[in-house]
Design a protein around this ligand. Structure first.
Ligand code: FE2
Ligand code: FE2
Length: 265
C-alpha cells in the first residue's frame, strides 16, 4: 500500500499513507486553507495542520524503522523514541483542536513531507530531509508561533508548543549526530544525502505557486515566503548544527552581513 508512487505536477512522489475517511487529502499548496491571521478559524486550521504534520513525522520515523532493520541499534532506539514523541504531539494538538471547537478532517491535509522523504532509499538521506531539514525548519517556525499564540492571549497553546519544540530539538540533534557519524564511516553516504536535497529542491520548484495564485482560503501564496523565518540560532546550536551551517543558513535568508561582521576569517 505504501509502496505505490503518485505523480504531482510532473514529479514522482511516494503515494499517500492511509488516512481515515474524515480526511480530505490534497496534493497542492493552493488546495490548503492556510490563513495569514489569528482568527478563530485560523487558530483551528493551524492546530489541525500541525497535528497532521506530527502524524506524518510519526509515520516517516516508523516507516524507516520498518525499512532499515539492520540500522545501528542506538539509531533505531532514537527513531522509536521519536515515534513516541510524535504520537504524543499529535494527540496534544488534537485535544487542543477539540477544545477550540475543531474536529479531525475539518480542513484538507497534504502529505508533503512523507511524499518527499520516502522517495529516498537511504536512511541518512531520510534523516537529512525529515529531521535536519523539515523538523529543523519547524524548530525555527515554532519559536515564532509561540510568540504569536501568546500575543493573542492563548497561553495554553503557547506552552504546549514550547514542550513540542524541546522534543523537536532532540529529533534534529540525533539526526545531525548520526548523519555525521555515518558519513564519516562511509563518505558515499554524502552523495545520497546530496541527491535527496537536490530532489527536495526539484519538488519545491515543481510545486511552487504561480504569481498571484491563491490558496483555498483566498490567501495569496506568493505574497509571503513559506520559509520566511529568521533562523532560531540558539535552538540550532543545541541541535548540533555547526557554526558554519548556521552561518550558511543566515546567508541564505539574507542575513549574511550579520554573520560576516565581527567573525574571524
Ligand atoms: Fe513532533
Ligand atoms: Fe519531530
Amino acid at each position: 500500500m505504501f509502496m505505490t508512487n503518485k505523480v504531482t505536477q510532473g514529479v514522482t512522489l511516494r503515494g499517500d499513507p492511509a488516512r481515515e475517511d474524515c480526511f480530505k487529502v490534497v496534493h497542492l499548496h493552493n488546495e490548503l486553507y492556510d490563513f495569514n491571521d489569528m482568527s478563530e478559524v485560523s487558530r483551528r486550521q493551524r492546530l489541525h495542520r500541525h497535528m497532521h504534520n506530527e502524524m506524518q513525522s510519526l509515520e516517516i520515523a516508523a516507516q524507516s524503522l520498518a525499512d532499515f532493520p539492520d540500522a545501528p541499534w542506538d539509531l533505531r532506539l532514537q527513531l522509536a523514541r521519536q515515534c513516541w514523541d510524535e504520537t504524543r504531539h499529535a494527540m496534544l494538538l488534537y485535544r487542543r483542536l477539540l477544545e477550540l471547537g475543531g474536529r479531525k478532517g475539518e480542513f484538507p491535509v497534504m502529505n508533503y513531507e512523507w511524499s518527499v522523504t520516502l522517495m529516498s532509499d537511504s536512511l541518512p538521506a531520510r534523516l537529512a530531509l525529515q529531521n535536519r531539514t523539515f523538523e529543523g525548519g519547524e524548530m525555527d517556525l515554532l519559536r515564532q508561533l509561540i510568540a504569536k499564540w501568546r500575543e493573542v492571549g492563548d497561553e495554553r497553546t503557547a506552552e504546549m508548543l514550547g514542550g513540542i519544540l524541546a522534543d523537536e530539538i532532540q529529533h534534529v540533534r540525533f539526526a545531525n549526530q548520526w548523519v555525521k557519524r555515518m558519513a564519516k564511516e562511509d563518505p558515499r553516504i554524502l552523495l545520497k544525502v546530496a541527491m535527496a536535497i537536490r530532489f527536495l529542491k526539484e519538488v519545491t520548484a515543481a510545486l511552487a505557486p504561480q504569481p498571484g495564485e491563491v490558496n483555498a482560503a483566498g490567501v495569496d501564496l506568493t505574497g509571503y515566503k513559506h520559509l520566511d523565518v529568521f533562523a532560531n540560532i540558539e535552538d540550532r546550536r543545541t541541535a548540533e548544527f555547526t557554526e558554519e551551517e548556521i552561518a550558511e543558513l543566515l546567508r541564505q535568508e539574507g542575513f549574511g552581513s550579520i554573520t560576516s561582521e565581527g567573525q574571524p576569517a
